[in-house]
Design a protein around this ligand. Structure first.
Ligand code: PGA
Length: 253
């Protein structure tokens, strides 16, 4: 299997530039020989400091959001070109906090995804159902609709340049992790979607991460599932010790 294992930290609105720099320098010795790809997404203003601190390491720095537009009169927005120049290599898109708190709809997510790919940023597309959607038996339908609408305009060659993160909304920041079985079923569904869209060869190359209350002590059983290729971590990525321990536990599985 040629899939990359990716361990990504989503810092959300935490970590000033100074803090980001200190974190990266402290984490670097722990990731010298790891096989996993270690990603960190600081807030915009901390990206350059994190990139600089990560220069001698294998840590890859990215962003948590990007504008759907390439440039122009969009007060408060940051473009893909700006992120690229700041040293960002990937961008998290469609996170449930962006969808719910900032009302990003599927059209916006689709434009952002296309724009990011065009500018050479690797997108991590987040998808996930709410608790209600799951109890109503609509989880699979929701996941498929989210992926379908976000990836509608993409071509097969884009498949190799993107990652998916399955993040059930009810598991984010709640301490409730989805069971390995639930996660595998959702990941399989995502991969099957891409098999149908672009064929098995491309689908097999797309790393699918799990996110939602991942901690050092619950990551191992998740990683043993066939279609789980890493994790997207919020809360537990804010401390070097817990993030490094998650990486270590992933390496051992
Ligand atoms: P959490 O966040 O690990 O704190 O649940 C995950 C995420 O929002 O990506």
């Amino acid at each position: 299997m040629s899939r990359r294992i990716v361990v990504a930290g989503n810092w959300k609105m935490h970590m000033t530039a100074k803090e980001a720099r200190a974190f990266v320098l402290q984490l670097s010795p722990f990731v010298l020989d790891v096989r996993s790809h270690v990603y960190l997404a600081p807030p915009f203003t901390s990206i350059p400091a994190a990139v600089q601190a990560a220069q001698a390491s294998r840590i890859c720095i990215g962003a948590q959001n990007v504008s759907a537009h390439s440039e122009g009169a969009y007060t408060g927005e940051v473009s893909s070109a700006m992120l690229k120049e700041a040293g960002a290599r990937f961008v998290i898109l469609g996170h449930s906090e962006r969808r719910n708190l900032f009302k990003e709809d599927s059209e916006t997510i689709r434009s952002k995804l296309q724009r990011a790919i065009n500018f050479g940023l690797e997108p991590i597309l987040c998808v996930g159902e709410t608790e209600k959607e799951r109890t109503d038996g609509r989880a699979e339908q929701v996941l498929e609709a989210q992926i379908d609408s976000a990836c509608k305009d993409l071509q097969p060659e884009h498949g190799e340049r993107m990652l998916i993160a399955y993040e059930p909304v009810w598991a984010i920041g709640s301490g409730k992790t989805a069971t390995p079985d639930t996660v595998q079923t959702a990941h399989r569904l995502c991969r099957t979607f891409f098999e149908k869209k672009w064929g098995p060869e491309i689908a097999d190359k797309i790393s699918i991460l799990y996110g939602g209350s991942v901690k050092p002590d619950n990551v191992a059983p998740l990683m043993r599932e066939k279609d789980v290729d890493g994790a997207l971590i919020g809360g537990a990525s804010l401390r070097v010790d817990s993030f490094a321990q998650i990486i270590k536990n992933i390496e051992e599985n």
